[in-house]
Design a protein. Structure first.
Length: 352
């Protein structure tokens, strides 16, 4: 049985999550998160020895070291949402060092942030915690606002500062996605040549994904296909939002889908919806980490633990959580992240 702390946090959702049997049986998955993830998956691939070492560095660091799971602390909201909107609740995080300190104190596998944040503190911390440099961003100061991703630096700069990985976003479904696809594919190829791992934020973005007042940007079918596109350009890890609904293809009436996706591969249960995301990551061979989402205040801990349990039971590889941690006092942020890590350390919370 899961720990009392986790059961108490989940409350009346505990039984639904911990007793659920998915519609896609775990025996059909090709891989699960494992301490031997690199040996079991990537030694058979075209990834170089240096990339294998970088992947192992990510997996082997922090409180979750050698479990096969990842806890990554990401802070690029100073660009994506403006520094004022992101850091006003806790102004200490205008200072890049505190971003890295939180990741270190919480025992994260890695810290993911901008060229600026990681570069200005790289000599002090690059040897203490793995760096993931986010190489593109949605610059949100231009008027009118545009939902696009722009390269902020060169992959070689990330390598020079000692990063073990680069991360990038593609807004799948957007008018600019073809250009982003080309830019990120080339960047990931160079990152692999230099021996770094690659993490892709596989987000959907198109006004047409909102139909009759329902937002399908996080539908399992659309995000699942975004994941499949992400692994196609050889991302080593996929970051995706937790699915909140399904039927995006049916609502938008674009693209192609099979009715079997809705009758044989998914239900409306969050673990089933997330397992479909995992299946689209080459049937579990490429690790899926779900994002922690925005901070909503009092419900943050419950929401984060819920997401972690869903991700783990679906066969995901971990959680990447930022705002819920840094928009509260430092000590509480550390406790928030470690509460999530406790889900992955709890041997009684198993892959469903």
């Amino acid at each position: 049985m899961a720990s009392k702390k986790i059961l108490d946090i989940l409350g009346d959702k505990a039984a639904s999550l911990l007793d659920h049997k998915p519609i896609i049986d775990k025996s059909t998955l090709s891989a699960f998160p494992s301490p031997r993830h690199v040996e079991e998956i990537w030694t058979n691939s075209n990834r170089s020895n240096q990339v294998l070492r970088s992947l192992q560095t990510l997996i082997g660091h922090g409180r979750l070291a050698d479990t096969g799971y990842l806890s990554i602390f990401p802070v690029d909201q100073g660009i994506e949402h403006s520094a004022g909107a992101s850091f006003a609740p806790n102004p200490m995080y205008f200072d890049p060092e505190n971003i890295i300190r939180l990741a270190v104190e919480a025992g994260c596998n890695a810290v993911a942030s901008t060229f600026g944040v990681l570069g200005i503190m790289s000599r002090k911390y690059a040897h203490r915690i793995p760096f993931v440099v986010k190489i593109n961003h949605n610059e949100f100061l231009s008027l009118p606002n545009r939902y696009d991703q722009t390269m902020f630096g060169k992959v070689k700069d990330a390598w020079n500062m000692g990063a073990v990985s680069v991360g990038a976003t593609i807004y799948w479904g957007s008018a600019e996605s073809t250009r982003q696809l080309q830019e990120v594919s080339e960047a990931f190829e160079l990152a692999h040549e230099l021996g770094m791992a690659t993490i892709l934020w596989c987000y959907t973005r198109n006004a047409g994904f909102k139909v009759d007042g329902v937002d399908y940007h996080t539908s399992a079918d659309l995000t699942g296909q975004a994941n499949h596109l992400g692994v196609t350009i050889q991302a080593d890890i996929i970051k995706q939002k937790l699915p909140t609904n399904n039927g995006g293809y049916l609502a938008t009436k674009h693209g192609k889908i099979s009715p079997l996706v809705y009758s044989k591969l998914t239900t409306d249960h969050p673990i089933d919806l997330t397992r479909y995301q995992v299946v689209n990551c080459y049937n579990g061979r490429v690790g899926l980490i779900n994002s922690g989402g925005e901070s909503k205040g009092a419900s943050d801990l419950t929401d984060a633990v819920f997401t972690a349990v869903v991700n783990k039971r679906a066969g995901g590889m971990g959680l990447i959580l930022g705002r819920k941690a840094f928009q509260r006092p430092f000590k509480e942020g550390v406790e928030m992240i470690q509460s999530i890590q406790d889900v992955y350390l709890d041997k009684d919370i198993t892959i469903a």
